[in-house]
Ligand binder design. Sequence first.
Ligand code: ISC
Length: 472
Amino acid sequence: MRFSPGLKAGIASLKSQLLQRSPDSNEAMQTITAILPETPEVSLPGWLYRQQVYPKLYWSSRIDESASDEFRGETRDVEVAGLGVAMVRTGDDARAFLASLAGSDCRKQYYWLSTFDNDTPVLILPRIELLKQQGHFLLRVNAVDRANLSGAVHLPGYTPIPQWMADLRDQDLLSLLSGQFDTPELDIEYERRIDQPNHETWRELVGQAKACISARDFEKVVLARETRVFCAKQTDAMLLAAHWQQSVESCYQFVFQTSSDNGFISFSPERLFRRTGCHLDTEALAGTAMRSCDRDQDHELGQQLLLDEKNTREHRLVVEDILEKLGGLSDAVSQSGRGLWKQKHIQHLIYPLRAKLHTGIDDHRILAALHPTAAIAGSPARVARDFLTLHEPFRRNWYAGTHGCVSASKTEIAVSLRAAQIVKNEIKLFSGAGIVAQSDADAEWSELEQKIRAPLELIHRCHALSPIPSLA
Ligand SMILES: C=C(O[C@H]1C=CC=C(C(=O)O)[C@@H]1O)C(=O)O
């Protein structure tokens, strides 16, 4: 077993700082930080898996290696492991907080989560954060006074955090931390799989969508599928994420787990927006092709994607949708041109956009304007969403919602794609595909399969003797 002496030293430092805190401080919450003396190469989801405190949160930013210099911006490697809850803001409180944040000198960093249907995020400030920034580790406690703990227990839509945990003093919470860093093997016993819609219903749905497109009701709709994988025993979302993480490339990484049997994971390639001061970076990401292990063939597949009429149409509608929405937020929009965004098994068309925001536009206004884009709902959005409400045979909830990290100076929000919801012994995997006039139902069905290939391969590896039937 691997333990970290650095973490032990960090905990001791935070405890002594907590003791020195002035008892009559007027601040309801103080942030206390320790820099860890050593920097072990560890998996933060693996470390989180070892902890007993809930909720657990993991977030990592996307690194824009393949973006052009002008659009790359600050591509710092930031990873965060959060434990417990110091503060939750929802509804009007979250909206008011985001409005007050714009232009303020507030240094706190909240984590952000919203559903597909909602334009107001839940904002979470963890009690303990272990942050990795450019190879350095920081341990932080957002220390709360016990009198202010009451509002911290309930998270909408999630199992309540046990009262004993919410009541723990910060010192006691720190004592609960495990310094163990190694990630155990994943042990999943696959039993069966159900797709909603199934292949036959998918063909019918794509047919109905194309009939609406011919009738000019809408131009594009993004239909999705929920794949329910049933296992013999409970799967831990954080442990699944620690393994899944090893097979992803350049994407946002997010895990939110409220108990050992309930968690949400998203390893998403798609940025909704990044705001740095009053500068906004966003992008149109849509259109999909396979990848190949052979370099030349992979290049060829990328070139075909760039030239393909159906994918170009699918992507163009997203570019137009975002450009129109940016009109309400900014006067000046710069565009860098179309490119490819490569993931492990698939590649997408990408079109980065940069805008200078009008004065007074806060992060809630940006979310309300941009979400949901034509990459996840369709175009025009309202009619496409009505089609989804009527026909999609499951609720999207957190899938195709948003997640990220918000602060006064910088906010980075991703669309929650390539996602899984784990509840007890069931793993729900979500994938969607843009349907336009030229779409072929069976080709789109194969695309759905490719989009959940990484977690399916993990489950398959755990259960090599009876492989998961491929429905592609
Ligand atoms: C809706 C999803 O992907 C979107 C993002 C990129 C490419 C897409 C496509 O090619 O259809 C989708 O618009 C998903 O992965 O669940």
